[in-house]
Design a protein around this ligand. Structure first.
Ligand code: SF4
Length: 318
């Protein structure tokens, strides 16, 4: 039985020491480096892909890698080769989940990336990133901030991803970032069949993106996995989607029991839904793709030996 994603209890925070923090990753054709300052995530998304069985407390226990900035700096100092691919902050947790207000590890890691002139993408579902608008805006075109937004419908969001920020709040923050000249994208991911795939849902997000000055919108349809399926069945029930379970079985060609491998939705549904999203994005004059604006760059080693002075904006001790 898969664990429930929903809980009224606050997660526990625990400090841990990381041996390394920058790692290669590959997601659906994109490769690069990633930094995850935290392990676990308080956003509690039912569809989360990062809830592996080796991380059973994923939603309830958040590990803060207390030495992440220092280890990151050491790894960049001894980087083999002169160039580095854009770094994704973060790939297996949200770097601006509430723990960041306590530990500021994401901010400090970003300060290190900037010090060594490393290009980076930030992926978040949180308005907490607003705290760091000064930091990201001073890095100009060398970073891209991407908000993952699945729905502008607040009733659905509270059920599907109760720990994330409401979409209207996110779009206020995006507006501030685009006004400050930070390149911004929105990732409509995952699009959940029968839940967030309607014209009304997709139009609401694309319209808000246009108004907030977002240039890039892209998205992907939910991939299914054993534990995600268990949670999605509950979501379908809570949202009272008519025949939700049986229609999902058709869309994903599910034969219970599922394995731990991912399965995509069927091709016909994927093509139809993806094309609808792309048409909506293009009709607003926006780019329907992940931007290739960040390129591998030469690490700036001139700063080696300079002391890093971190800017603490909130309480950073346990
Ligand atoms: S924000 Fe991302 S990492 Fe966190 S629970 Fe949601 S999907 Fe998982």
């Amino acid at each position: 039985m898969s664990r429930l994603w929903y809980s009224a209890l606050a997660p526990k925070y625990e400090l841990k020491k990381a041996k390394s923090v920058i790692h290669p990753f590959s997601i659906q054709g994109y490769t690069g480096m990633t930094v995850n300052p935290y392990q676990g995530c308080q956003h509690r998304c039912a569809y989360c892909y990062a809830t592996y069985e080796w991380s059973p407390e994923f939603y309830d226990k958040i590990y803060a890698k207390s030495n992440a900035p220092e280890i990151l700096e050491k790894e960049l100092q001894s980087w083999k080769g002169g160039t580095i691919s854009p770094v994704m902050v973060a790939s297996a947790t949200d770097p601006y989940q509430p723990a960041e207000l306590k530990y500021s590890l994401t901010r400090r890691c970003v300060e290190i990336l900037q010090k060594y002139h490393v290009p980076y993408y930030v992926f978040t579902k949180s308005a907490i990133i607003e705290r760091d608008i000064d930091l990201h805006s001073k890095y100009g075109q060398n970073c891209l901030v991407v908000w993952s937004i699945t729905t502008a419908n607040e009733r659905k969001r509270r059920i599907i991803e109760p720990g994330t920020s409401p979409a209207n709040r996110i779009f206020e923050v995006i507006q501030r970032f685009t006004d400050a000249g930070v390149p911004c994208g929105v990732n409509v991911d995952p699009i959940m069949p029968l839940i967030t795939d309607t014209d009304e849902e997709l139009d609401a997000i694309v319209d808000c993106c246009k108004q907030a000055g977002v240039k890039y919108i892209f998205g992907a349809i939910l991939r299914m996995r054993q534990d995600i399926w268990e949670r999605m069945k509950q979501v379908l029930n809570l949202l009272a989607v008519p025949d939700g379970e049986s229609r999902y079985k058709e869309i994903y060609e599910i034969v219970d029991p599922l394995t731990k491998a991912y399965i995509p939705c069927n091709r016909e549904y994927a093509k139809r839904t993806t094309n609808r999203l792309i048409e909506k994005i293009k009709s607003h004059g926006l780019c329907p793709d992940f931007p290739g604006c960040l390129r591998p760059q030469k690490i700036d080693r001139a700063c080696i030996g300079q002391t890093t002075i971190f800017s603490f904006t909130e309480t950073s001790s346990d």
